[in-house]
Design a protein around this ligand. Sequence first.
Ligand code: ADP
Ligand code: ADP
Length: 208
Amino acid sequence: MRLVFVGPPGAGKGTQAKVITEKWKIPQISTGDMLREAKKNGKLAPELVEKMGKGGLVPDEVVIDLIKQRTELPDAANGFLLDGFPRTVPQAEALNDLLASRGQKLNVVVALDVAKELLMERACLRRTDKRTGQIYHLKYNPPPPEADLEHRADDQEETVRNRVDVYEKMTADLLPFYEKAGLLRRVDGVGDVKEVTARVLSAIEQSK
Ligand code: ADP
Ligand code: ADP
């Protein structure tokens, strides 16, 4: 199973991806996580660190290269879930070409829909455990006292607003691209985490 999660910042992609990938034993591949890791290790060019900090997109070649290398690893042989990639039509085309060159294709693209007003609260109150990567929310999924919490540099109100705008511009082309390919499934991302998981699973099931 090769699938893609698309959705605005704070929609719940990471949260849902974790459940699905554990269930199917496939890796979750998040370009955002990979870029943050590279940044932490001092391996991300300063101009890209600045771009990310402001909520802008990094160049297509950078993320395409990351995906190319990551999907070649043995744990991705039976499938993977891409979270946060592709974000542009050139990225989507590059992914198609990459998969085609390996005789593979995408099964489904799940778009998580969440209204703008809710995204601000979801992203700004998001906290992640540095050691485990577990995603928490100060109001909806409070962390245990022993968690070693991290607040993402780009989860500030103004930056989140900018990221939501960037997302809206980008999806204006990306979603129709996948709609035309017959791969797009839209899922309502508002409600309990478990409720949303059930909707995601049912959307994937229908596209098998
Ligand atoms: P994304 O990867 O799309 O940016 P996350 O999965 O990190 O989103 O979720 C953003 C924040 O919203 C996190 O704090 C998470 O705990 C919380 N969250 C995720 N899904 C839900 C939901 N269904 N209801 C309420 N809060 C949620
Ligand atoms: P979120 O989970 O909030 O949707 P991500 O963690 O996916 O955000 O991405 C964080 C940042 O990393 C983005 O704002 C962008 O700067 C960069 N980034 C991640 N994936 C991509 C991509 N596919 N193309 C360009 N930039 C990306």
